[in-house]
Design a protein around this ligand. Structure first.
Ligand code: TXA
Ligand code: MG
Length: 342
C-alpha cells in the first residue's frame, strides 16, 4: 500500500486533511498528530476499520481505544449523560490532554471498547486533529501510533519506520508538543481516579473538584482485574535491557548509576549530570526543574538510543510529583519494572 503523506509541519494543508477525512469515512486507517502523541485512527463507528488497527499495531483485543471528538455535539452522540462530577471534568479539561471514561452509547461498536460498557473520550486541543475529526464528521477511535509494547510515536520519522506502507495516510504535524499520552481519568464512587497519569496532574484535577486519587497500579505491574486494560501490558520498551535508578539525593543517584554501568551502556539523565559520566555515552532528556522537557523528549530519545544498539540502558528517575508522576509511570514500564530506589 502506498501511504498518502500530508505535510502540516509549518502550516495546515487543509486540502490534504480533507482527503484524509474522506479516507476515514471510507473505513481507511491513518496516522495523525495530537498535542500528546500521534494517533493511528479510523471511523469509531466502523468495526471492520477498527479491527484493522488492532492488527497493524499488534494490539491485544481486550485493550480498548480512545474515541476522539471535535465538539460537544459529538460527545453527546457517543456517551450517556455525564453525572455532575464528570461534567465538571469535561468543562475544565476538554479540549486538552485529558481522556474521561464515560458510559458508552450503542453508536460505538464493541471492538472499539473491548466490549466494555464504558468508552474513553478525548477532545484534542491540536488544531490538525480537530480539523480531521470535523471534516470526517465522525468520531475517530485511535490508540497511540506505535507497535504494541514500543515507545509511543512523537516524531513522524519514528512512526514511518513502523507504519510506512501499512496505513492509508500519515499527517506530519512535527514533533508532539507534550510528548506523553493523555491523562486517563474515571469517576469511581464519585471520586475522579487517574488510571494513567499525564500532563493534567492530580493537583490540576484537585483544583477543580477538590478530590482526586491515583489508581494503585500507576507505579506497579498489574495482572487480573484492573480498571484499565492497558495497565496489564508491556509498554514503551526499548530493545536493550534497561534499568532505572532514583534517589532524592542527587549524588546518591549519580553513584548508583556509576555502580551499574557495564560495557556498551547508555545513560539517560539530566543535562546537568552529563559531566559526571565522561567515559560513558550520555543523553540528556532535559534540564533539572524542567520536567516538561523530559516529558517532551523521552519517547523519541528511547528510540534514538535503540538505534545505537547498546547492551544496557540506565535511566535516571525523577521525583514522583507533579509531571514526575506521568514520567515515572512511563519510565517504570519502559524498564519493565527493573527499578532501584535508594
Ligand atoms: O494521548 C492519548 O491518549 C493518545 C492520543 C492518540 O490521543 N492515545 C492513546 O491511546 O494513548 P492508547 O490506546 O495507546 O491508550 C489508551 C489507554 C489504554 O491504556 C486503555 O486501556 C485505556 O486508555 N482505556 C481506553 N478505554 C478505556 C475504558 N473504557 N476503560 C478503561 N480504560 C480505557
Ligand atoms: Mg499506547
Amino acid at each position: 500500500m502506498k501511504t498518502y503523506y500530508v505535510d502540516c509541519k509549518k502550516e495546515m494543508d487543509e486540502e490534504g486533511i480533507r482527503k484524509c477525512a474522506e479516507m476515514i469515512r471510507e473505513g481507511k486507517i491513518g496516522i495523525f498528530p495530537t498535542e500528546t502523541v500521534y494517533g493511528i485512527g479510523t471511523d469509531a463507528r466502523n468495526s471492520t476499520a477498527a479491527q484493522k488497527i488492532f492488527e497493524v499495531k499488534g494490539r491485544k483485543s481486550d485493550n480498548p481505544f480512545i474515541v476522539h471528538i471535535s465538539d460537544f455535539d459529538m460527545l453527546k452522540q457517543v456517551v450517556k449523560e455525564p453525572n455532575e462530577m464528570e461534567q465538571k471534568l469535561i468543562d475544565a479539561f476538554f479540549p486538552g490532554p485529558f481522556t474521561l471514561i464515560l458510559g458508552k452509547k450503542e453508536e460505538i461498536p464493541n471492538v472499539v471498547t473491548a466490549s466494555l460498557s464504558t468508552v474513553g473520550v478525548r477532545m484534542p486541543s491540536s488544531a490538525i486533529a480537530r480539523k480531521l475529526i470535523e471534516e470526517a464528521n465522525t468520531p475517530i477511535c485511535a490508540p497511540s501510533a506505535n507497535l504494541s509494547s514500543r515507545p509511543s510515536g512523537t516524531r513522524i520519522e519514528d512512526i514511518q519506520e513502523e507504519f510506512d506502507g501499512k496505513v492509508d495516510f500519515m499527517i506530519d504535524g512535527g514533533m508532539s508538543e507534550i510528548g506523553v499520552e493523555s491523562t486517563v481519568c474515571k469517576v469511581i464512587d464519585g471520586i475522579p481516579t487517574i488510571l494513567r497519569p499525564g500532563k493534567i496532574t492530580k493537583e490540576d484535577i484537585m483544583a477543580v473538584t477538590g478530590i482526586c486519587r491515583l489508581d494503585s497500579h500507576i507505579f506497579q505491574s498489574a495482572t487480573g482485574k484492573v480498571e484499565s486494560p492497558g495497565m496489564k501490558y508491556k509498554h514503551y520498551a526499548p530493545k536493550a535491557e534497561a534499568l532505572m535508578v532514583y534517589s532524592e539525593d542527587e549524588h546518591t543517584c549519580i553513584d548508583l548509576i556509576k555502580e551499574h554501568i557495564k560495557e556498551n551502556t547508555v545513560v539517560i539523565g539530566f543535562e546537568e549530570h552529563r559531566a559526571y559520566f565522561p567515559n560513558t555515552k550520555f543523553y540528556a532528556y532535559g534540564h533539572i526543574g524542567h520536567l516538561e522537557e523530559v516529558m517532551h523528549s523521552i519517547f523519541a530519545l528511547l528510540r534514538k538510543v535503540d538505534r545505537e544498539n547498546p547492551d544496557f540502558i540506565i535511566i535516571e528517575g525523577v521525583k514522583k510529583e507533579g509531571l514526575g508522576v506521568a514520567i515515572m509511570n512511563r519510565l517504570i514500564r519502559s524498564v519493565s519494572y527493573h527499578y532501584i530506589e535508594k
